[in-house]
Design a protein around this ligand. Structure first.
Ligand SMILES: Cc1cc2nc3c(=O)[nH]c(=O)nc-3n(C[C@H](O)[C@H](O)[C@H](O)COP(=O)(O)OP(=O)(O)OC[C@H]3O[C@@H](n4cnc5c(N)ncnc54)[C@H](O)[C@@H]3O)c2cc1C
Length: 343
Protein backbone atom coordinates (compact mmCIF):
# COMPACT_ATOMS: atom_id res chain seq x y z
CA UNK A 1 0.00 0.00 0.00
CA UNK A 2 1.18 3.54 -0.71
CA UNK A 3 2.34 4.68 2.74
CA UNK A 4 0.91 7.63 4.62
CA UNK A 5 4.27 9.41 4.55
CA UNK A 6 4.09 9.66 0.72
CA UNK A 7 1.14 12.02 1.05
CA UNK A 8 3.07 14.44 3.24
CA UNK A 9 6.07 14.26 0.92
CA UNK A 10 3.84 14.91 -2.10
CA UNK A 11 2.34 17.90 -0.25
CA UNK A 12 5.76 19.28 0.62
CA UNK A 13 6.86 18.86 -3.02
CA UNK A 14 3.85 20.88 -4.25
CA UNK A 15 2.28 17.89 -5.97
CA UNK A 16 -1.06 18.18 -4.14
CA UNK A 17 -3.81 20.71 -4.90
CA UNK A 18 -1.85 22.43 -7.68
CA UNK A 19 -5.04 24.01 -9.02
CA UNK A 20 -6.29 25.33 -5.67
CA UNK A 21 -5.86 29.05 -5.04
CA UNK A 22 -2.79 30.08 -3.06
CA UNK A 23 -4.95 31.70 -0.36
CA UNK A 24 -6.20 28.19 0.49
CA UNK A 25 -2.72 26.65 0.49
CA UNK A 26 -2.73 25.47 -3.13
CA UNK A 27 -0.29 26.39 -5.89
CA UNK A 28 -2.67 28.70 -7.74
CA UNK A 29 -2.50 26.72 -10.98
CA UNK A 30 -5.20 25.47 -13.35
CA UNK A 31 -6.54 22.06 -14.33
CA UNK A 32 -3.64 21.87 -16.80
CA UNK A 33 -1.26 21.57 -13.83
CA UNK A 34 -3.34 18.76 -12.35
CA UNK A 35 -3.21 17.03 -15.74
CA UNK A 36 0.58 17.31 -15.96
CA UNK A 37 1.06 15.92 -12.43
CA UNK A 38 -1.38 13.07 -13.09
CA UNK A 39 0.45 12.25 -16.31
CA UNK A 40 3.91 12.37 -14.74
CA UNK A 41 2.85 10.08 -11.89
CA UNK A 42 1.77 7.55 -14.48
CA UNK A 43 4.85 7.92 -16.67
CA UNK A 44 6.91 7.27 -13.53
CA UNK A 45 4.97 4.03 -12.96
CA UNK A 46 3.06 5.44 -9.98
CA UNK A 47 -0.42 4.56 -11.26
CA UNK A 48 -1.85 3.59 -7.90
CA UNK A 49 -1.37 6.85 -6.00
CA UNK A 50 -4.74 8.47 -5.24
CA UNK A 51 -3.39 12.03 -5.42
CA UNK A 52 -5.09 12.93 -8.73
CA UNK A 53 -8.44 12.05 -7.15
CA UNK A 54 -7.57 13.94 -3.97
CA UNK A 55 -6.44 17.10 -5.81
CA UNK A 56 -8.49 16.93 -8.99
CA UNK A 57 -11.79 15.63 -7.63
CA UNK A 58 -12.17 16.02 -3.85
CA UNK A 59 -10.56 19.46 -3.45
CA UNK A 60 -12.63 21.01 -6.31
CA UNK A 61 -15.89 19.95 -4.60
CA UNK A 62 -14.81 21.96 -1.58
CA UNK A 63 -13.55 24.90 -3.60
CA UNK A 64 -16.63 25.12 -5.80
CA UNK A 65 -19.40 24.38 -3.31
CA UNK A 66 -17.96 24.86 0.18
CA UNK A 67 -18.58 27.90 2.37
CA UNK A 68 -15.65 30.21 3.04
CA UNK A 69 -15.25 28.59 6.45
CA UNK A 70 -15.20 25.07 4.91
CA UNK A 71 -12.60 26.08 2.33
CA UNK A 72 -10.35 27.61 4.98
CA UNK A 73 -10.76 24.60 7.23
CA UNK A 74 -10.08 21.85 4.72
CA UNK A 75 -8.21 23.04 1.63
CA UNK A 76 -4.89 24.02 3.28
CA UNK A 77 -4.64 20.63 4.94
CA UNK A 78 -5.50 18.84 1.70
CA UNK A 79 -2.63 20.76 0.10
CA UNK A 80 -0.11 19.62 2.71
CA UNK A 81 -1.33 16.03 2.80
CA UNK A 82 -2.37 16.28 6.46
CA UNK A 83 -5.83 15.50 5.15
CA UNK A 84 -6.24 12.76 2.55
CA UNK A 85 -9.44 13.11 0.55
CA UNK A 86 -11.89 10.53 -0.78
CA UNK A 87 -15.22 10.67 -2.56
CA UNK A 88 -17.73 8.03 -1.52
CA UNK A 89 -20.48 7.58 -4.09
CA UNK A 90 -20.60 3.85 -4.84
CA UNK A 91 -22.46 1.45 -2.54
CA UNK A 92 -22.73 -2.34 -2.54
CA UNK A 93 -26.22 -2.00 -4.10
CA UNK A 94 -25.58 0.80 -6.56
CA UNK A 95 -22.78 2.21 -8.68
CA UNK A 96 -23.83 3.45 -12.10
CA UNK A 97 -27.26 4.49 -10.85
CA UNK A 98 -26.34 7.16 -8.33
CA UNK A 99 -29.98 7.98 -7.71
CA UNK A 100 -30.21 4.57 -6.05
CA UNK A 101 -27.89 5.61 -3.19
CA UNK A 102 -29.28 4.36 0.13
CA UNK A 103 -26.96 6.08 2.59
CA UNK A 104 -29.00 8.56 4.61
CA UNK A 105 -28.14 11.78 6.43
CA UNK A 106 -31.09 12.51 8.69
CA UNK A 107 -31.55 15.81 10.46
CA UNK A 108 -30.91 15.47 14.17
CA UNK A 109 -30.90 18.53 16.42
CA UNK A 110 -28.45 20.93 14.87
CA UNK A 111 -26.74 18.39 12.64
CA UNK A 112 -27.13 15.04 10.86
CA UNK A 113 -26.92 11.33 11.60
CA UNK A 114 -25.23 9.40 8.80
CA UNK A 115 -26.01 5.74 8.10
CA UNK A 116 -24.92 3.54 5.22
CA UNK A 117 -22.06 1.73 3.58
CA UNK A 118 -19.86 2.54 0.62
CA UNK A 119 -17.56 0.33 -1.40
CA UNK A 120 -14.65 0.53 -3.87
CA UNK A 121 -13.55 3.85 -2.35
CA UNK A 122 -10.16 5.08 -3.56
CA UNK A 123 -7.89 6.23 -0.68
CA UNK A 124 -10.22 4.31 1.65
CA UNK A 125 -7.57 3.36 4.20
CA UNK A 126 -5.82 6.72 4.49
CA UNK A 127 -8.67 9.15 3.84
CA UNK A 128 -9.55 11.38 6.78
CA UNK A 129 -11.76 13.76 4.81
CA UNK A 130 -14.50 11.91 2.98
CA UNK A 131 -17.13 13.51 0.77
CA UNK A 132 -20.12 11.21 1.15
CA UNK A 133 -23.10 11.09 -1.21
CA UNK A 134 -26.20 10.67 0.97
CA UNK A 135 -29.93 11.20 0.90
CA UNK A 136 -31.10 14.06 3.08
CA UNK A 137 -34.64 13.46 1.79
CA UNK A 138 -35.22 9.87 0.72
CA UNK A 139 -38.52 10.75 -1.01
CA UNK A 140 -37.22 13.59 -3.17
CA UNK A 141 -35.19 11.51 -5.68
CA UNK A 142 -32.20 13.37 -7.12
CA UNK A 143 -33.31 16.53 -5.31
CA UNK A 144 -32.99 14.72 -1.99
CA UNK A 145 -29.28 14.00 -2.49
CA UNK A 146 -26.62 15.98 -0.63
CA UNK A 147 -22.87 15.84 -0.12
CA UNK A 148 -21.70 15.52 3.48
CA UNK A 149 -18.06 15.97 4.41
CA UNK A 150 -16.91 13.59 7.12
CA UNK A 151 -13.77 14.29 9.12
CA UNK A 152 -13.09 10.76 10.22
CA UNK A 153 -11.05 11.55 13.33
CA UNK A 154 -14.11 12.95 15.13
CA UNK A 155 -16.58 10.48 13.68
CA UNK A 156 -17.66 7.85 16.18
CA UNK A 157 -19.50 5.09 14.28
CA UNK A 158 -17.28 5.39 11.21
CA UNK A 159 -15.39 2.22 10.31
CA UNK A 160 -13.09 1.22 7.47
CA UNK A 161 -13.47 -2.20 5.93
CA UNK A 162 -10.79 -4.16 4.15
CA UNK A 163 -8.37 -2.87 1.58
CA UNK A 164 -9.95 -4.81 -1.27
CA UNK A 165 -7.99 -7.35 -3.30
CA UNK A 166 -8.14 -6.44 -6.97
CA UNK A 167 -7.09 -7.48 -10.46
CA UNK A 168 -4.71 -4.54 -10.63
CA UNK A 169 -3.74 -1.27 -8.90
CA UNK A 170 -2.40 -3.52 -6.14
CA UNK A 171 -1.04 -0.79 -3.92
CA UNK A 172 -4.14 1.43 -4.13
CA UNK A 173 -6.07 1.36 -0.84
CA UNK A 174 -9.50 0.88 -2.44
CA UNK A 175 -11.81 0.01 0.47
CA UNK A 176 -15.23 -0.42 1.96
CA UNK A 177 -16.42 2.26 4.39
CA UNK A 178 -19.17 1.98 7.00
CA UNK A 179 -21.15 4.73 8.69
CA UNK A 180 -23.27 3.71 11.65
CA UNK A 181 -25.15 6.48 13.44
CA UNK A 182 -22.30 8.90 12.77
CA UNK A 183 -23.23 12.26 14.35
CA UNK A 184 -22.21 15.14 12.14
CA UNK A 185 -22.41 18.88 12.82
CA UNK A 186 -24.58 21.00 10.51
CA UNK A 187 -21.37 22.38 8.98
CA UNK A 188 -20.67 18.95 7.46
CA UNK A 189 -23.16 19.67 4.71
CA UNK A 190 -21.12 20.85 1.72
CA UNK A 191 -22.38 24.37 1.07
CA UNK A 192 -25.42 25.73 2.82
CA UNK A 193 -28.35 24.15 1.02
CA UNK A 194 -29.55 20.55 1.17
CA UNK A 195 -30.54 18.69 -2.01
CA UNK A 196 -27.73 20.08 -4.17
CA UNK A 197 -25.67 16.87 -4.25
CA UNK A 198 -26.80 15.55 -7.61
CA UNK A 199 -26.27 18.88 -9.31
CA UNK A 200 -22.81 19.16 -7.73
CA UNK A 201 -21.89 15.64 -8.89
CA UNK A 202 -23.07 16.27 -12.45
CA UNK A 203 -21.03 19.49 -12.60
CA UNK A 204 -17.83 17.84 -11.34
CA UNK A 205 -17.95 14.44 -13.04
CA UNK A 206 -16.67 15.72 -16.43
CA UNK A 207 -13.39 16.75 -14.75
CA UNK A 208 -13.11 13.33 -13.10
CA UNK A 209 -13.61 11.70 -16.50
CA UNK A 210 -11.05 13.92 -18.13
CA UNK A 211 -8.51 12.98 -15.45
CA UNK A 212 -9.09 9.32 -16.31
CA UNK A 213 -8.56 10.08 -20.00
CA UNK A 214 -5.30 11.89 -19.21
CA UNK A 215 -4.17 8.86 -17.21
CA UNK A 216 -5.11 6.53 -20.09
CA UNK A 217 -2.95 8.44 -22.57
CA UNK A 218 0.04 8.43 -20.20
CA UNK A 219 -0.34 4.66 -19.75
CA UNK A 220 -0.42 4.14 -23.52
CA UNK A 221 2.70 6.23 -24.00
CA UNK A 222 4.53 4.31 -21.29
CA UNK A 223 3.44 0.95 -22.70
CA UNK A 224 4.65 1.94 -26.12
CA UNK A 225 8.01 3.13 -24.85
CA UNK A 226 8.58 -0.06 -22.85
CA UNK A 227 7.63 -2.17 -25.85
CA UNK A 228 9.79 -0.35 -28.39
CA UNK A 229 12.78 -0.77 -26.04
CA UNK A 230 12.05 -4.45 -25.63
CA UNK A 231 11.54 -5.38 -29.28
CA UNK A 232 14.78 -3.65 -30.19
CA UNK A 233 16.84 -5.96 -28.00
CA UNK A 234 14.92 -9.28 -27.95
CA UNK A 235 15.86 -11.70 -30.74
CA UNK A 236 14.11 -14.58 -32.52
CA UNK A 237 15.13 -16.41 -35.72
CA UNK A 238 18.38 -14.44 -35.77
CA UNK A 239 16.66 -11.05 -35.90
CA UNK A 240 15.46 -8.52 -33.35
CA UNK A 241 11.68 -8.66 -32.87
CA UNK A 242 11.31 -5.16 -34.32
CA UNK A 243 12.69 -6.38 -37.64
CA UNK A 244 9.57 -8.48 -38.25
CA UNK A 245 7.12 -6.51 -40.32
CA UNK A 246 4.27 -7.63 -38.07
CA UNK A 247 5.94 -5.96 -35.06
CA UNK A 248 6.48 -2.78 -37.04
CA UNK A 249 2.84 -2.67 -38.19
CA UNK A 250 1.53 -3.40 -34.70
CA UNK A 251 3.65 -0.64 -33.20
CA UNK A 252 2.87 1.76 -36.03
CA UNK A 253 -0.85 1.31 -35.32
CA UNK A 254 -0.35 1.65 -31.55
CA UNK A 255 1.72 4.78 -32.02
CA UNK A 256 -0.94 6.27 -34.31
CA UNK A 257 -3.76 5.51 -31.86
CA UNK A 258 -1.73 6.94 -28.98
CA UNK A 259 -0.93 10.11 -30.89
CA UNK A 260 -4.58 10.65 -31.85
CA UNK A 261 -5.53 10.04 -28.20
CA UNK A 262 -2.98 12.58 -27.02
CA UNK A 263 -4.20 15.23 -29.43
CA UNK A 264 -7.81 14.72 -28.35
CA UNK A 265 -7.01 14.78 -24.64
CA UNK A 266 -4.93 17.94 -25.07
CA UNK A 267 -7.85 19.51 -26.91
CA UNK A 268 -10.17 18.55 -24.02
CA UNK A 269 -7.74 19.96 -21.43
CA UNK A 270 -7.62 23.24 -23.37
CA UNK A 271 -11.42 23.35 -23.55
CA UNK A 272 -11.70 22.61 -19.85
CA UNK A 273 -9.22 25.29 -18.82
CA UNK A 274 -11.35 27.76 -20.80
CA UNK A 275 -14.49 26.50 -19.03
CA UNK A 276 -15.92 25.06 -22.28
CA UNK A 277 -15.66 21.28 -21.81
CA UNK A 278 -19.13 19.76 -21.91
CA UNK A 279 -20.30 16.45 -20.43
CA UNK A 280 -20.61 14.81 -23.84
CA UNK A 281 -17.04 15.58 -24.92
CA UNK A 282 -15.62 14.55 -21.53
CA UNK A 283 -17.57 11.28 -21.82
CA UNK A 284 -16.18 10.70 -25.33
CA UNK A 285 -12.63 11.20 -24.06
CA UNK A 286 -13.13 8.85 -21.12
CA UNK A 287 -14.81 6.09 -23.13
CA UNK A 288 -12.77 6.18 -26.29
CA UNK A 289 -9.31 6.72 -24.80
CA UNK A 290 -9.71 4.03 -22.14
CA UNK A 291 -10.99 1.59 -24.79
CA UNK A 292 -7.99 2.48 -26.97
CA UNK A 293 -5.74 1.96 -23.95
CA UNK A 294 -7.04 -1.60 -23.54
CA UNK A 295 -6.31 -2.33 -27.17
CA UNK A 296 -2.86 -0.73 -27.22
CA UNK A 297 -1.65 -2.41 -24.03
CA UNK A 298 -2.91 -5.81 -25.15
CA UNK A 299 -0.99 -5.54 -28.41
CA UNK A 300 2.14 -4.25 -26.66
CA UNK A 301 2.03 -7.12 -24.18
CA UNK A 302 1.79 -9.62 -27.05
CA UNK A 303 5.10 -8.36 -28.42
CA UNK A 304 6.79 -9.32 -25.13
CA UNK A 305 5.83 -12.96 -25.63
CA UNK A 306 5.84 -14.94 -22.35
CA UNK A 307 7.75 -12.20 -20.54
CA UNK A 308 4.74 -9.95 -20.97
CA UNK A 309 2.80 -12.30 -18.76
CA UNK A 310 5.35 -12.22 -15.94
CA UNK A 311 4.76 -9.95 -12.96
CA UNK A 312 8.31 -8.67 -12.95
CA UNK A 313 7.80 -6.99 -16.33
CA UNK A 314 6.13 -3.57 -15.99
CA UNK A 315 3.98 -4.22 -19.10
CA UNK A 316 2.22 -6.99 -17.18
CA UNK A 317 1.33 -4.62 -14.35
CA UNK A 318 0.24 -1.91 -16.79
CA UNK A 319 -2.08 -4.44 -18.45
CA UNK A 320 -3.73 -5.27 -15.11
CA UNK A 321 -3.84 -1.66 -13.91
CA UNK A 322 -5.34 -0.39 -17.15
CA UNK A 323 -8.46 -2.55 -17.05
CA UNK A 324 -10.29 -0.53 -14.42
CA UNK A 325 -10.12 2.69 -16.40
CA UNK A 326 -13.00 1.37 -18.50
CA UNK A 327 -15.02 0.82 -15.32
CA UNK A 328 -14.52 3.59 -12.77
CA UNK A 329 -15.56 7.23 -12.92
CA UNK A 330 -18.66 5.94 -14.71
CA UNK A 331 -18.44 2.84 -16.90
CA UNK A 332 -17.85 3.21 -20.61
CA UNK A 333 -21.42 2.05 -21.21
CA UNK A 334 -22.68 4.97 -19.10
CA UNK A 335 -20.39 7.27 -21.12
CA UNK A 336 -22.09 6.07 -24.31
CA UNK A 337 -25.51 6.74 -22.77
CA UNK A 338 -24.44 10.31 -22.00
CA UNK A 339 -23.07 10.78 -25.52
CA UNK A 340 -26.24 9.36 -27.05
CA UNK A 341 -28.39 11.68 -24.97
CA UNK A 342 -26.66 14.61 -26.61
CA UNK A 343 -27.43 13.46 -30.17
C1 LIG B 1 -10.44 0.36 -8.36
C2 LIG B 1 -11.74 1.09 -8.23
C3 LIG B 1 -11.76 2.36 -7.64
C4 LIG B 1 -12.96 3.04 -7.46
N1 LIG B 1 -12.98 4.23 -6.80
C5 LIG B 1 -14.17 4.80 -6.46
C6 LIG B 1 -14.22 5.94 -5.61
O1 LIG B 1 -13.21 6.49 -5.19
N2 LIG B 1 -15.44 6.42 -5.26
C7 LIG B 1 -16.60 5.86 -5.69
O2 LIG B 1 -17.66 6.34 -5.33
N3 LIG B 1 -16.59 4.77 -6.51
C8 LIG B 1 -15.39 4.24 -6.89
N4 LIG B 1 -15.36 3.12 -7.70
C9 LIG B 1 -16.62 2.54 -8.14
C10 LIG B 1 -16.88 2.71 -9.64
O3 LIG B 1 -17.11 4.05 -9.96
C11 LIG B 1 -18.08 1.79 -9.97
O4 LIG B 1 -17.62 0.46 -9.86
C12 LIG B 1 -18.66 2.05 -11.35
O5 LIG B 1 -19.29 3.30 -11.40
C13 LIG B 1 -19.67 0.98 -11.78
O6 LIG B 1 -20.61 0.75 -10.78
P1 LIG B 1 -20.91 -0.76 -10.32
O7 LIG B 1 -19.61 -1.39 -9.99
O8 LIG B 1 -21.94 -0.74 -9.26
O9 LIG B 1 -21.47 -1.47 -11.62
P2 LIG B 1 -23.01 -1.57 -12.06
O10 LIG B 1 -23.64 -0.21 -12.01
O11 LIG B 1 -23.65 -2.66 -11.30
O12 LIG B 1 -22.86 -2.01 -13.58
C14 LIG B 1 -22.65 -3.35 -14.00
C15 LIG B 1 -22.60 -3.37 -15.53
O13 LIG B 1 -23.85 -2.93 -16.05
C16 LIG B 1 -23.64 -1.85 -16.94
N5 LIG B 1 -24.76 -0.89 -16.84
C17 LIG B 1 -25.27 -0.31 -15.70
N6 LIG B 1 -26.26 0.52 -16.03
C18 LIG B 1 -26.38 0.49 -17.38
C19 LIG B 1 -27.23 1.14 -18.32
N7 LIG B 1 -28.15 2.03 -17.94
N8 LIG B 1 -27.07 0.84 -19.64
C20 LIG B 1 -26.14 -0.04 -20.05
N9 LIG B 1 -25.31 -0.69 -19.21
C21 LIG B 1 -25.43 -0.42 -17.90
C22 LIG B 1 -22.34 -1.21 -16.50
O14 LIG B 1 -21.77 -0.46 -17.55
C23 LIG B 1 -21.54 -2.44 -16.12
O15 LIG B 1 -20.97 -3.00 -17.28
C24 LIG B 1 -14.16 2.45 -7.93
C25 LIG B 1 -14.13 1.21 -8.56
C26 LIG B 1 -12.96 0.52 -8.70
C27 LIG B 1 -12.99 -0.83 -9.34
Amino acid sequence: MVDRESWLKAGAAGLLCASMPERYGGSGGSFAHEAVINREFSLAGFDTFGAPLHSGIVAPYILHYGTEEQKKRWLPKLATGELVGAIAMTEPGTGSDLQGVRTTAKKSGNGYVLNGSKTFITNGQHANLIVVVAKTDAKAGAKGTSLLVVETEDAAGFRRGRKLKKLGLDSADTSELFFEDVQLPATSLLGTEEGQGFYQLMKELPQERLLVAVHAVAMMERALELTVDYVKQRKAFGKTIIEFQNSQFELAECKTDTTIARVFVDHCIGQHVEGKLDTVTASMAKYRLTDTLGNVIDRCLQLFGGYGYMDEYPISRLYRDARVLRIYAGTNEIMKLLIARGL
